[in-house]
Ligand binder design. Sequence first.
Ligand SMILES: Cc1cc2nc3c(=O)[nH]c(=O)nc-3n(C[C@H](O)[C@H](O)[C@H](O)COP(=O)(O)OP(=O)(O)OC[C@H]3O[C@@H](n4cnc5c(N)ncnc54)[C@H](O)[C@@H]3O)c2cc1C
Length: 348
Amino acid sequence: MTIKTDVVIVGAGPVGLFQVFELGLQGLSACVIDALPQPGGQCTELYPDKPIFDIPAVPECTGQQLTDNLLKQISPFNPGMHLDQSVDTLEKRGEEDFYLKTSAGTEFECRAVVVAAGAGSFTPVRVRIPDIEKYENTQLLYRVRDPLQHAGKDIVVLGGGDSALDWAIQLAPAAKSLTLVNRTERFRAAQSSVDKLNAMAAAGEANVLMGTLNGFTEQDEILTGVSFTLRDEEKTQVTLPVDDLLVFFGLSPKLGPIEHWGFELERKMITIDLSTFETSVKGIFAIGDINTYKGKKKLILSGFHEAAMAAYAIKQQFEPDMKLNVQYTTTSPLMHERLGVDADTTTT
Ligand SMILES: Cc1cc2nc3c(=O)[nH]c(=O)nc-3n(C[C@H](O)[C@H](O)[C@H](O)COP(=O)(O)OP(=O)(O)OC[C@H]3O[C@@H](n4cnc5c(N)ncnc54)[C@H](O)[C@@H]3O)c2cc1C
């Protein structure tokens, strides 16, 4: 059965979620599709427990809290959420109709599409040691879902960027042992994190080594150790005991099928018209980290603004003869009706 809706949003990151809200205020229905099993994009996939400080009027919230609040905010508009499936096909059929199909076989028809696909589908850069992939999702992990899960364990963290150092610093106090191994003495993380980890190492609370992973040991289908060639003159070989191997080599952005949907790209990002956020294909809009324009800042708040601009443009495209005025959610009865609130009884 094909699902019919006004707008399909590709990507349930913070910006795609907020797009639902802005479309809802315009009286437009939306479905959201994401390749990940949970909404929130980078916020829930990469830093669910880390605090964000630059969301206007929210002094501090974690990536997960921001996502939970967005889901609450869009709930009056009851969007169709289609997770764990990527949009593989996007076709324009006629002047105003689009057809989309996901990897799960779900089909959609809509009048406009908003691509809010961030950096594309997330693909962590993986370790390249033969056969180690069999421990993926059990002992070889590319993200931390629950920090408590690692308490009391021998942890080895690979990488030298912010994620590697942040997690090493956070997990070390409760770990049985924690060793961070970076390829070189040069870290890509914030200097304050490097200083903190070095201080922890000096105090015996963590270990820091420079070396390259070259193998692993196992017993009864359990990963027991990881071996490294150190960067000293002797190229010393060490094997560290390991329960959990956490790898933070970064994400390789994979645009995937988006690359073939026919709009103009610039360095793998979608160019847009700044007044509407429409791509070079009429009826397809692009917001958030996926788009590019002069002065673009890849920030959540920029994406929120872009979502509002796109919603107005889509409404105007659907109803070209309509004079579209800005309506305040504070005072507009129409906005209250769409939000399902009774402003007279709503208190702060
Ligand atoms: C460690 C870290 C800390 C950060 N801290 C801040 C901060 O403090 N403040 C700030 O403003 N920004 C911060 N950012 C940046 C911020 O997270 C991004 O700007 C924001 O997530 C962009 O939102 P988005 O919705 O455009 O894209 P994303 O969050 O990347 O979401 C895009 C979604 O689209 C999905 N997708 C892609 N292709 C497809 C497809 N074909 N089919 C289905 N789904 C698809 C992806 O799975 C993903 O879930 C941080 C980023 C990182 C990595």
